[in-house]
Design a protein around this ligand. Sequence first.
Ligand SMILES: Nc1ncnc2c1ncn2[C@@H]1O[C@H](COP(=O)(O)OP(=O)(O)OP(=O)(O)O)[C@@H](O)[C@H]1O
Ligand SMILES: [Mg+2]
Length: 337
Amino acid sequence: MKALMEVQGLTKRYGGFTALDNVTLSLSDDAPSMTAVAGESGSGKTTLARMMLGFIEPTQGAVLYGGKDVAKMSASEKRQFRREVQPVFQDPFEVFNPFYRIDHVLTTPVKRYRLADTDAKAQSLIEDALKRVGLRPQDTLGRFPHELSGGQRQRVMVARAVLLRPRLIVADEPVSMVDASLRATILDELRTLNRDLGISIVYITHDLTTAFQICDNIVVLYRGTVAEAGAVERVIGDPKHPYSQLLVSSIPLPDLDKVWGADEIPVTEANAARLNNGCQFAPRCPSVMEQCWRAPPPKFVPDTQRLATCFLYDGSAVAPDDDVASVFRPPETARLG
Ligand SMILES: Nc1ncnc2c1ncn2[C@@H]1O[C@H](COP(=O)(O)OP(=O)(O)OP(=O)(O)O)[C@@H](O)[C@H]1O
Ligand SMILES: [Mg+2]
């Protein structure tokens, strides 16, 4: 499989604190997919997204785009990367300049990347991008950011990304600030962009329900490590890692701000005091075994299209470190039965 983006042994430390620890994943170039990255607050999702976007550099490991290390790209390679890999952030209001009309965030990339040689072509590109995300150009252009709803502002940001015809959109909690009634619509629009324009999407979220509804694959992070990854039907439909089992059992979460997941499990004094060189989830894990404390578990493949980094599956095959993409479901194939 050719990879659009490969994340290889990615580690990010802030001082002595490890925000992301040896994360490896791969996005297919042959079939544009939607991949969710899920995990509770502080699990390293944004840190991973920022490295995928080339905004911050890894402490160890690398992000490869089209086979090239993003941290080592030449200026012209970086320019192409910046065009082809587009961010969509949680709070679009921060991105808008309140003194400029909405048009500004759309005309700027058209000029910067010389997407159109006449004003008429620029206008039709912008209108097309707005329509693709469900906005009516006549109701959107000419307005100031505060004159749009949060959902509309977020759609303008998606339209801005679409204008550039990226290969990959990395969307970090794109709908968590948006009114609940609009979330599903905006996520459906992302799915449509994936299908119609062949844009791969990384969807970062707290919300396993929407991840299941719109994504092909999912990576579940716990404290900077991958607990489980693979096809959403496998990981959410029948989770194997005790942490993903815990998450799935707590669906639906009506309140997004509620403490999410494992932090709700009390850690015994004995476990808290214990030296842990192994699995990050060991202190909270209901199935913890002696070996879990000694060394981090490898990527076991208990069945097809998923891996679980958990010693409960010791004896299963182990995913090769450089080929974890093989557990991801190719988007065209029929959903698992
Ligand atoms: N610039 C930084 N300096 C120091 N620590 C940081 C920095 N950025 C992130 N961290 C820490 O790294 C960990 C992971 O943060 P990150 O923002 O990636 O989590 P997240 O999964 O996106 O959380 P959330 O769901 O709350 O957005 C957190 O403990 C955070 O405090
Ligand atoms: Mg975050």
